[in-house]
Design a protein around this ligand. Structure first.
Ligand code: HEC
Length: 143
């Protein structure tokens, strides 16, 4: 009798241990999934999305391709009568000046010696930087 009671008691202990092992395994699996998804997010941030930048094929139009990028990321602080840092943007002449003195590409590609832009915001996507770069390299035309 005594030994029976004892063995049923230890079986109970064993069951409880099994349950916590299962719970811990699920927890580890969950943590693993969360951590690995973070890892992929970071990789995408560091190396850019793995999709090729189709926007750079052919001639880059200032009005159709470049202005929307600058409008969404720069004009808010750099257009009007008192542009931030005295750096005017928002007209073809102003944008062309910034393109040709090297500052536009310097600030958006976060090159050393330039203040990284957009200020306080996240860096432009690799694709958008490539679009602006190609427009500048083709002579910053008003097209
Ligand atoms: C939130 C406001 C803000 C936004 C958005 C912003 N800028 Fe600026 N920018 C500033 C301020 C303030 C300065 C002056 C202080 C400094 O240089 O960091 C500045 C300075 C600059 C300079 C001079 C920096 C240098 O190294 O000589 C350039 C060029 C420039 N911005 C271009 C851009 C471009 C291009 C974008 C868009 C991709 C942009 N900015 C977005 C606020 C902004």
């Amino acid at each position: 009798m005594r030994s029976n009671k004892f063995s049923s008691g230890s079986r109970q202990v064993l069951k409880t241990t099994d349950m916590s092992i299962i719970r811990i395994s699920f927890l580890m699996l969950f943590v693993g999934v969360v951590l690995s998804s973070c890892y992929y997010d970071k990789e995408e941030l560091l190396y850019g999305a793995p999709v090729p930048c189709t926007d750079t094929t052919g001639t880059i139009s200032y009005a159709a391709k470049v202005v929307p990028i600058l409008q969404a990321n720069c004009y808010g602080c750099h257009s009007g009568s008192a542009p931030s840092g005295g750096q005017a943007m928002g007209t073809y002449t102003a944008d062309k000046t910034m393109a040709q003195n090297g500052k536009l590409l310097g600030v958006i590609s976060h090159a050393t010696g330039f203040s990284p832009m957009p200020k306080g915001g996240s860096k432009l996507s690799n694709c958008n930087i490539a679009v602006v770069r190609k427009w500048i390299e083709s002579g910053a035309p008003n097209n």
